[in-house]
Design a protein around this ligand. Structure first.
Ligand code: Z5A
Length: 215
């Protein structure tokens, strides 16, 4: 990373845990401190990658999407997002705050869909080279609590391919996040997302202060 490069910060967690809420709050806190940054998400983040997101999340014409195709589409979108948005912004010295990244692939396609972790690792190297997040904030809360938040938010609305999964699926997803956080404690910072939104924001800002990224 050059001296000018920005920080690559990713936010992870299961469905409904509060990522979207917290990314908006974090962005506000960075703006107040005059930190130049972009907020983005995966799958998606550029016009082309958002088209791929639409294919992955919504049942196009009701046709089934095999788990292997889902995995490849996640990495196809990521290749586009990295080349056209993430890397140029980091090079320009901006922070990139990304709602989900490759930890989600390990958690959802590896844990949830039970695809082989080694294949995910190979795709990660192929698509990202050595690019990894500088810091990942894993918002963790019990599955029931997170799904309750998601249900209340969605009430009456349509569900996507992941939202219709059962609690056991999200328990497997959470377990992979937990294992990855234990294996990489310097990169993955665990945030107790069962608390109030204000308390979660405070923990996130403390994690950045601890690294002297903000004061
Ligand atoms: N996916 C994948 O499989 N593989 C990959 O590699 C990648 C992604 C990158 C993207 O869906 C799906 O793609 C995702 C995994 C998969 N699916 N799932 N599950 P998405 O981006 O549309 O959805 P999401 O990432 O799951 O996020 P979400 O459902 O939008 O939830 P959230 O962003 O974590 O939560 P929220 O919208 O901020 O909050 C939910 C509700 O709770 C809302 O009403 C809030 O006001 C409320 N809330 C938030 N925080 C609190 C607290 N602290 N207390 C009380 N209430 C709260």
């Amino acid at each position: 990373m050059s001296a000018m490069a920005g920080h690559f910060l990713t936010i992870e967690g299961i469905e409904g845990v509060g990522k979207t809420t917290q990314v908006a709050r974090l962005s506000r806190a960075l703006r107040e401190r005059g930190i130049d940054h972009v907020v983005t998400r995966e799958p998606g983040g550029t016009p082309l990658a958002e088209k791929i997101r639409d294919i992955v999340l919504n049942n196009v014409g009701g046709e089934s999407l095999p788990a292997t195709a889902e995995l490849l589409l996640m990495f196809a979108g990521r290749a586009v997002h990295l080349a056209n948005h993430v890397e140029p912004n980091l090079r320009a010295g901006r922070w990139v705050v990304c709602d989900r990244f490759t930890d989600a692939t390990y958690a959802y396609q590896g844990g949830g869909r039970r695809l082989t972790m080694d294949i995910i690792r190979q795709l990660e190297v192929m698509v990202q080279g050595t690019r990894r997040p500088d810091l990942t904030l894993w918002l963790d809360a019990p599955v029931e609590q997170a799904l309750k938040r998601a249900r209340e938010r969605n009430s009456g609305g349509a569900t996507d391919r992941f939202e219709s999964e059962r609690a056991e699926f999200f328990e497997r997803v959470r377990e992979v996040y937990r294992a990855r956080a234990a294996a990489e404690p310097n990169r993955i910072h665990v945030i107790d997302a069962a608390q109030s939104a204000d308390a979660v924001t405070a923990q996130m800002l403390q994690a950045l202060e601890k690294r002297s990224w903000i004061t």
